[in-house]
Design a protein around this ligand. Structure first.
Ligand SMILES: Cc1cc2nc3c(=O)[nH]c(=O)nc-3n(C[C@H](O)[C@H](O)[C@H](O)COP(=O)(O)OP(=O)(O)OC[C@H]3O[C@@H](n4cnc5c(N)ncnc54)[C@H](O)[C@@H]3O)c2cc1C
Length: 172
């Protein structure tokens, strides 16, 4: 387990899933992990779905923020909500938007992700590279997590502090 502070910038689909992965694998202690997002967890996607009047996702039920691919299906079965899994000709039922977000909320609650959220917008990140440059995607990923940027951030109505630590930019 790392003793480094880790900040995930953006609490969208990727940011929340990444936080769960890091916690589940025991890579980061939750005391050293934060997710910064001015809108809160998954709020951006929820708003976009509402704005375009979407009722069901185009992706099949294995696409969600939990680790177990069949977590959403089990969630629907346990709550007698399988009618919200819409069958397709190509196989792979698709969840309704409300089922998707109810499941996502349940997963976030299970991992107490709300307690990690800072309502903050990242304004800039200055990356100081550690180690050798590499073209390999695997190495590049490690490099990003191992980078040590300075993050200027603005809290709503509270000063303008900056944070040093290791950062993962998830989807913003
Ligand atoms: C209507 C709609 C339907 C879709 N349906 C599907 C589908 O069925 N299947 C599929 O695979 N994909 C679908 N997509 C695409 C999918 O939603 C995106 O690929 C996914 O949301 C990307 O996740 P993300 O975490 O990278 O980004 P987002 O989910 O967009 O999250 C980014 C987060 O970063 C935050 N953020 C932004 N800037 C900053 C900053 N400076 N500091 C801090 N936080 C910041 C935002 O508030 C946001 O919460 C759909 C998208 C839309 C809009």
């Amino acid at each position: 387990m790392t003793d480094t502070e880790v900040t995930i910038i953006g609490g969208g689909v990727h940011g929340t899933h990444l936080a769960i992965r890091l916690l589940n694998a025991g890579i980061v202690d939750r005391k050293r992990l934060r997710i910064c997002d001015p809108d809160g967890l998954l709020a951006n996607l929820r708003r976009q779905c509402q704005q375009c009047g979407m009722t069901e996702f185009r992706s099949p039920l294995v696409h969600h923020i939990a680790i177990d691919p069949f977590s959403l299906r089990a969630f629907a079965r346990e709550r007698d909500r399988t009618d919200e899994l819409i069958p397709t000709d190509t196989g792979g039922d698709r969840p309704t938007v409300s089922l998707f977000f109810d499941h996502a909320e349940w997963v976030c609650e299970k991992h107490n992700l709300e307690s990690l959220v800072e309502s903050t917008r990242a304004l800039s990140a200055e990356v100081e590279r550690e180690g050798e440059e590499s073209d390999s995607p695997e190495q590049a990923n490690v490099k990003l997590i191992n980078s040590r940027p300075t993050l200027s951030k603005r809290r709503r109505g509270i000063g303008n502090p900056s944070v040093r630590g290791r950062f993962v930019v998830s989807g913003c």
